[in-house]
Design a protein around this ligand. Structure first.
Ligand SMILES: C[S@@+](CC[C@H](N)C(=O)[O-])C[C@H]1O[C@@H](n2cnc3c(N)ncnc32)[C@H](O)[C@@H]1O
Length: 205
């Protein structure tokens, strides 16, 4: 029997070789230019959810962060491990909405990254995932995310998600929205737009 595909990852394994070329050609500094001022200083703990080819995980590791990279697509995770052989990166086969293995570890993170992942979840999964992600943030920690709008690539599972919905879900978990940039045009793909959102978890008094 073929292994069950984690929902949201449809299409990624088949295109893994092309995605390594595509994602690794983009510079970390360019992707995160508008949000990097929100990153805590190294050696903070970073959780990169849907880490893909490991471009960002490797960049954070090179900057001295301790990185947990959660990626459910085996072809991407295995290739990323080979490409970026950094001992500071802990690669985990785990997925939203539950991130069961990361939760089980009991770890918390000063920075949670969800770059181009959230729109792969349907409405019920997004509702389930937000408390999980909020629970993985350390007090005073930050979550930075992007969500895509526009044509869905063939074979992928993707939903149009309003920034207002994501902000409301995060606020429901007592997160504070510190950055909200909506519908910014993609530099690389005509017709595609991105929301960039960031949230902080208040420090305990
Ligand atoms: C557009 S790629 C982005 C990869 C990487 N974050 C980047 O910026 O290059 C989306 C990634 O999310 C992963 N993904 C899809 N569904 C997921 C889920 N339910 N939980 C976690 N990751 C998922 C895919 O396997 C893929 O690696």
């Amino acid at each position: 029997m073929a292994p069950e595909i984690v929902s949201g990852t449809e299409g990624y394994a088949d295109e893994a070789a092309a995605l390594f070329r595509e994602y690794e050609a983009i510079r970390f500094a360019d992707v995160h230019r508008l949000v990097s001022h929100l990153f805590p200083p190294a050696p903070a703990r970073v959780l990169d959810i849907g880490a893909g080819t490991g471009r960002d995980a490797a960049a954070f590791a090179a900057l001295g962060y301790r990185v947990t990279a959660a990626e459910p697509t085996t072809a991407l995770r295995d290739g990323a491990k080979k490409l970026h052989r950094a001992p500071q990166i802990d690669w985990i086969d785990d997925s939203l909405p539950d991130l069961a293995t990361v939760v089980q570890s009991g770890d918390q993170f000063e920075l949670v990254m969800m770059t181009a992942v959230w729109m792969h979840l349907d409405a019920a999964q997004r509702q389930r995932a937000m408390p999980v992600v909020a629970g993985l943030m350390a007090a005073g920690g930050t979550m930075v995310m992007t969500q895509r709008h526009g044509p869905v690539p063939p074979g992928r599972r993707m939903f149009g998600v309003a920034a207002a919905e994501t902000v409301a879900l995060a606020q429901g978990e007592d997160l504070v929205c510190v950055l909200r940039l909506e519908h910014q045009p993609s530099i690389r793909r005509p017709g595609v737009r991105w929301d960039r959102l960031a949230f902080t978890k208040p420090s305990r008094r």
